[in-house]
Design a protein around this ligand. Structure first.
Ligand code: FES
Length: 170
């Protein structure tokens, strides 16, 4: 067999191997996409974001978990959006960087610590974990009570006017 024929045979074999790998990768991806997500809706583990995408001093709402993600001293924390007073949904006020309950005026800081109002404690929390896919999961089936009034995990002043004072939330 001449050198040219050997080279041609070798290249043909390489193309076959490459094609086989592409087909295998495609089949694997298809199979992977068709798998049900290992998550449930509210009440189970809710898949969210890569943890590094949660800003240092911001708040990310995760509607499916009825929760917020924020960072408290570097750690990602999941806060229940349900007010610990009578259960209203507590929005995050961007201008003040505080959670302000529209029902009876309880105010929580960005970490969910109680600041003022009739609520008996800070915002409740859900455990979080990093999945095999590198994403952060919120376990909404396992809620723990928020911190007692008077214990502040962060000490950040309001960044601006309260939304409640403006008559709206945002
Ligand atoms: S329900 Fe939030 S202050 Fe009453």
């Amino acid at each position: 067999m001449s050198e040219i024929e050997e080279r041609r045979k070798f290249l043909t074999r390489m193309w076959q191997v490459g094609g086989g790998l592409v087909a295998a990768a495609g089949a694997w991806t298809t199979w992977d996409l068709l798998q049900p997500l290992p998550t449930a809706g509210f009440g189970g583990k809710v898949r969210t974001l890569p943890p590094e995408s949660i800003p240092e001093k911001g708040v990310v709402e995760v509607s499916a978990a009825r929760a917020y993600l924020t960072r408290v001293n570097g750690e990602v924390v999941a806060l229940s959006e349900k007010c610990t007073h009578l259960g209203c949904r507590v929005p995050f006020c961007e201008s003040s960087s505080r959670f302000e309950c529209p029902c009876h005026g309880t105010v929580f800081n960005r970490a969910g610590d109680y600041l003022a109002g009739p609520a008996p404690r800070g915002m409740d929390r859900y455990p979080t974990e990093i999945g095999d896919d590198g994403l952060l999961y919120i376990d909404t089936g396992s809620r723990s009570d928020g911190p007692e009034p008077g214990s502040l995990e962060i000490d950040e002043p309001a960044t601006g006017p309260a939304c409640a004072a403006e008559g709206g939330h945002g």
